[in-house]
Every structure is written in C-alpha cells, then in structure tokens.
Write a protein that binds this ligand. Sequence first.
Ligand code: G1P
Length: 296
Amino acid sequence: MSNKVTKAVFPVAGLGTRFLPATKSVPKEIMTLVDRPLVQYAIDEARAAGIKEFIFVTSRGKSALEDYFDNMPYLEEELRRKGKTELLETLQATNMESGAIAYIRQHKALGLGHAVWCARRLIGDEPFAVMLPDDVIAAEKPCLAQMVEAYEETGGSMVAAMEVPYDRTSAYGVLDVQEDMGSMVSVKGMVEKPAQGTAPSNLAVIGRYILSPSVLENLNTMKEGAGGEIQLTDAIAQEIGGPNNVYGYRFRGQRFDCGSKAGFLQATVAFGLAREELRDDLASFLQEIMLAQAAE
Ligand code: G1P
C-alpha cells in the first residue's frame, strides 16, 4: 500500500438548507466568497497538498457544480483576443486535468460517513483525504499541506482539530485526548456531537481528514450514530486501539464555518481584507459603519 495521499473526497451532497432561498437553485458550494466559489478554495488547498484526483460526492441539483469544472474554451479565446491576460490566467487556474475529477452520487442523505463510503471504489486501498468545503481555512501554509507533512511522520489516520468554546462542542466531532504533544495529539476516543456538558474535551474536529483505507471497511458495517446518520467520526473512532493510530492535528490558520451565515460573512470580510485591491476601501467602509453603530 502506497502511503502517498493523492486522492481527496469532497462530500458536497448536502441540501444547504441554512442558505435558503439562495440554495433553491445554486448549490451551496458554488456560492461566492469574494470572487471564487467556496469549492475553489478547497480545490486549491488540495492541489497545494499534492492531491491529483478529486472525487466529488454529489446529489440531485448539483449540476452547476459539475459545469463549474468544465473548461470554457470560448471564453478563454475571447479573453485572449481582448488581451485580458490576468483574467485569462485566473480562469485557467480553475481548469482541471481531464480524468482528474470524478462525481459519485449519494442517492440518499444518510450522513457524512455514508457519503465518503459512496466513493470507496474510486479510493481503493490507499490513504485518502476528505475535505469539507464549508470549512474554509485561511493559512500561510494551507491546512491540508500541513497535515500531509505531519502524516508522513505518523501514518494512521489524522483529523484537523481546533479548540472551540465548551458550549459549542455539541456542534462538532470531539476528541478524547490520550497524549497531547502540542500541534499533534493522539486520540483515545471520538464523539460526534456530544450532548451539552458531556464532551470529553473542547478539541473539535474540523473538516480536513487524512484517512487510512481501513476506515472505509469500518463504514461497510457502520450503524446509525448521532442524529440518526452514518457518521464518519464513528468509523474513524473504530480505528482506535487497532494497528492504525488516530491523531488530531492542531493546524496553524483561521477557520471559517462557511456552512453558517455568520461564518460566511466573516470569511467574506477576512478574505476581502486580505486582497490588496479591496483592502483600503473595505477597511474604511468597515470603520465608518462601526463608528456609526457605536454612535447609535
Ligand atoms: C461535520 C462532522 C463533524 C465535524 C464538522 C466540522 O459535521 O460530522 O465531526 O466536527 O463537520 O465542520 P457537520 O458540520 O457536517 O454537521
């Protein structure tokens, strides 16, 4: 079995109900963060980590997402003709190599574990990444690249982790820490969405994973867990105590929960401020409205 991580699964079958009515006709993953769809951030992060094959687990109503990854030769030609080189380069940076991208349908919304399991035949017997595009991470070195580097030392399975306030732990998968080694922790248990006051720690799983293929075997027989869904967290937890250890990795970077409106807006402001051409105008606008609000 090769230990190189070259495949990533992107579960994008969710209905995006939190963004209705926008998501009536636009898949959540196509919604725009500054000028790029959410999913492009995840793709770029995957590429930076050496991912070569991109597996999308989709559902009905996601065809705009598939179209997004098609090349646009006419538009490219038009931009070339008009000498708009910068735009042309931006557009070309989103082109995917033929055969590098695959779509699998999740026929029923049975949970994240089930979504990943749907991709099992395309993954085969090698370690693979899972990326949840809702979690957008701003980082100097992209989060998955940090994890791939750490994983080369550890093997096993690894989840991105971050401290959250204790009263928010019920929204996450939460780690029960065996040994805390700083940026890395070894894990002796994992609980998906623990009830208020029962979380084993406040170290939460964030949507980046590097998983051993044995997790897929665990999913073969996985029963419903939290929320009546087949949970990826449970299939990873089943690895604990076996030959493949489970690690949490405290990544360096800022995570935005773009699955929520507040998180999406925060990401829009942060990524806007990070862009040179937008920074000054946006910053002075923010200052103005903050002052106006303080004066109210
Ligand atoms: C999923 C996972 C959860 C993880 C979270 C991170 O939950 O099941 O373990 O902590 O992503 O964003 P969801 O947010 O899809 O309910």
